[in-house]
Design a protein around this ligand. Structure first.
Ligand code: SF4
Length: 313
């Protein structure tokens, strides 16, 4: 357990205007997109790195996956924290935050009624809500949301790199200090990763940091991951050179995705995460046969799926 002050190093976070976005191809919006271009999201980039065939099934074939209770609990907690920051700072006490859990569940189920089946009966629903409330309660061991305002929550960000790859994603929260320093915050409802898995967690945060560098022209002072289940915080201060190197990494990754997309050669890459893969039955590494390759989507198809209401935990 840790108790971290909700400030950037030496800087209090307070209500602040966002710097103006730069560049005709960059945008930030809390609204749902209208026209969409083929894009790379942190999740899909991670999929391709983990297993190209998994990327294909998720991004191109778009084979549905079954939402898990843990994922939906994460979504409910994210929604409750988003609603919390919409309240005036003085009303963001823990009891109010916990009260937001049940309405957040109703909202999630209202948008996707099939998720109701994840809870078996009233008692199971109650337990589910209590577990979500416990995570919201744990959030208060990490930050005091009455002491600062978020600049934005659940912000859709997008930018196009020089080589044409569109980066797109949703940032849980952005804080801006009066001095202009920016902090990117991500809530994780799972436990903090082992050291070996930290780089995977930071991949997503560097992705957002790069998008902010390209859209706002600033290097975020801090990337901050809040692990609610273990009540721990992982912080990281990126520098511009590192983000530019990361940009080259993403460009190379996109080139590899395009090459696989053109040939249809998305190879399975078995690993320990296969145990959690919904597509094992269609995987040649486990005796399955992939369906015929549908071909690379046209330019208006969305290839990211971070717009899904189900948060990764
Ligand atoms: S089972 Fe493993 S190797 Fe096969 S598609 Fe899923 S992640 Fe890839």
């Amino acid at each position: 357990m840790s108790d971290h002050p909700p400030t950037l190093p030496g800087v209090s976070i307070a209500e602040s205007s966002a710097p103006t976005a730069k560049g005709a191809t960059s945008q930030e919006s809390a609204d749902p997109p209208t026209a969409r271009r083929i894009a790379l999201s942190p999740s899909r980039a991670g999929d391709f790195r983990q297993c190209p065939l998994l990327y294909r099934y998720r991004a191109i074939d778009r084979i549905p996956e079954k939402a898990t209770k843990a994922q939906v609990k994460g979504t409910v907690v994210h929604a409750a924290l988003e609603s919390l920051f919409a309240l005036p700072a003085e009303h963001r006490d823990k009891e109010r935050a916990i009260d937001l859990v049940a309405p957040s569940w109703e909202k999630v189920v209202g948008e996707s009624p099939e998720l109701e089946a994840l809870v078996e009966d009233a008692a199971d629903r109650e337990q589910f809500l209590q577990e979500a409330a416990k995570l919201v309660s744990s959030y208060y061991r990490l930050e005091d949301p009455t002491r600062f305002d978020a600049e934005s929550c659940e912000l859709r960000v997008e930018t196009e790199l020089d080589n044409g790859v569109v980066l797109r994603g949703f940032v849980d929260r952005i804080d801006v200090a009066p001095t202009g320093e920016v902090r990117i915050v991500d809530y994780k409802t799972g436990r903090a990763p082992s050291e070996a898995m930290e780089s995977k967690a930071l991949f997503q945060m560097k992705f957002y940091a790069l998008v902010l560098l390209r859209t706002r022209g600033i290097v975020p002072a801090q990337l901050r991951l809040l692990y609610l289940a273990s009540e721990t915080v992982l912080t990281y201060a990126p520098d511009e050179d590192e983000l530019l190197r990361f940009e080259r990494t993403l460009s190379a990754l996109w080139k590899a995705i395009l090459a696989a997309g053109a040939s249809g050669d998305f190879r399975p890459k078995p690993g320990r995460l296969c145990n959690w893969c919904d597509h094992k039955a269609l995987c040649p590494s486990f005796g399955g046969t992939p369906p015929p390759y549908p071909g690379w989507p046209d330019s208006t198809t969305t290839l990211d799926s971070d717009t899904s209401f189900v948060e990764q935990t």
